[in-house]
Design a protein around this ligand. Structure first.
Ligand code: ZN
Ligand code: ZN
Length: 378
């Protein structure tokens, strides 16, 4: 009987797993002790060469990192110490996962799990179908209630990212992590059915450039009415990300902002950090006055060498797309947009979706010279 189960596991590995995503979960936490409890479907637990048992209603396993090995309890009964634990769903399955040390809010993940120790750290890998993974990513990205066509754009962008970066964490024993470093994947399984529909209806769709290469998909909350040149943010330009005027986002929630900063604080930063020529009376008069009708990369004049992105970081501004004027003892910043402004503008895209543009039209509007294609046909 045991041999049959082992053969079954091997078949599972060699048949289905090749299609799956390999996602390192709970990577923002150094997990020492964790439980996997049954939520839906049926699971089998394997530890090294031993078959431990099945997980069904009310059952759970607890895994603890002890002296570089995985100590396993099956329904509170100690099973020993192992190098690798595998929890395989027989069909569709979902587990509730709760890190006890450190304590992290429970999450629910679908499909299979591998637990091992890599570089002294407990490494939990969710082997998950692309569809289930993308639903989790889109859910983590932002709440429900958005237009179906907008979810489709998100699905295409996240799928493109997943294919392009599938080996990003190879050395750590998985493909992508679950943090914002890759794509947030913090499953609660509360997503609306529209997300799953969007993922299904865009099955295999990715964004490619003219040479059919997968593109890097940037996005931010609101571009403020002008999509930003990538070189303003990262110093190097990106072929398919070009600046242009976006009128779809200018009357939306995050379209404008105002911030007031004490003049002494603003002035000190510019003088100390960039040697702003405060001794020059003309320049001293101009220090709080700056107009930005179209996006610029530098404050007042490029020759002063004060990148707007540095001001954004220092004063925690919503964007670099702002003008300034003095008022009393303060400098008033009147800004547009939220985020770096490069690539897809989320509020603009949502507005396009509401105005009956298709997901392909939206994606092709925000990225220059790209097409939506089936990954299998590249
Ligand atoms: Zn990552
Ligand atoms: Zn926009």
């Amino acid at each position: 009987m045991h041999r049959l189960i082992v053969i079954f596991f091997l078949l599972m590995f060699f048949s289905g797993f090749g299609q799956e995503q390999s996602i390192g979960i709970l990577r923002d936490h150094k997990v020492k002790r964790i439980t996997f409890s049954h939520h839906l479907g049926k699971y089998s637990v394997q530890a090294d060469a031993s078959t431990i048992g099945t997980l069904s209603s009310q059952q759970f396993v607890e895994v603890e990192l002890v002296n570089g090995k995985l100590s396993l309890k099956y329904n509170t009964v100690p099973q020993g110490s192992f190098s690798r634990i595998t929890i395989v769903a027989n069909g569709n399955g979902t587990l509730a996962i709760k890190s006890k040390v450190p304590s992290v809010r429970e999450r629910k993940y679908q499909d299979h799990f591998h637990i091992s120790v890599v570089g002294g750290r407990m490494t939990i890998v969710n082997k998950v179908s692309m569809e289930n993974y993308l639903c989790g990513v889109i859910e983590s990205e932002g709440g429900g209630g958005r237009h179906a066509e907008y979810y489709k754009v998100q699905a295409v962008m996240s799928r493109t990212y997943a294919f392009k970066n599938k080996s990003r964490h190879k050395k750590e024993g998985f493909g992508l992590c679950d943090g914002v470093h890759c794509q947030a994947y913090h499953n609660m399984l509360r997503y609306t059915p529209e997300i799953r529909t969007a993922v299904r209806e865009t099955k295999g769709d990715v964004l490619v450039d003219a040479k059919k290469r997968l593109v890097t998909t940037y996005f931010s909350a609101n571009c403020g009415g002008e999509v930003c040149d990538a070189s303003h943010v990262w110093n190097n330009s990106v072929d398919h990300v070009k600046p242009f005027i976006d009128t779809f986002c200018i009357h939306t929630r995050q379209a404008t902002w105002t911030k007031r900063i004490p003049q002494w604080e603003f002035r000190n930063f510019l003088v100390k950090q960039y040697g702003y020529p405060i001794q020059d009376s003309v320049m001293a008069n101009r220090i709080y006055t700056f107009k930005q009708e179209n996006r610029k990369a530098f404050y007042i004049h490029p020759s002063l060498g004060i990148p707007l992105r540095d001001l954004r970081k220092k004063f925690r501004l919503k964007s670099t797309f702002f003008s300034t004027h003095p008022e009393g003892s303060e400098v008033v910043l009147e800004g547009r947009g939220f985020g770096h402004g490069v690539g897809l503008c989320q509020e603009g895209a949502m507005n396009m979706a509401r105005n009956k543009f298709s997901y392909k039209q939206i994606a092709e509007f925000y990225f220059n010279g790209v097409r939506v294609k089936k990954y299998s046909k590249l």
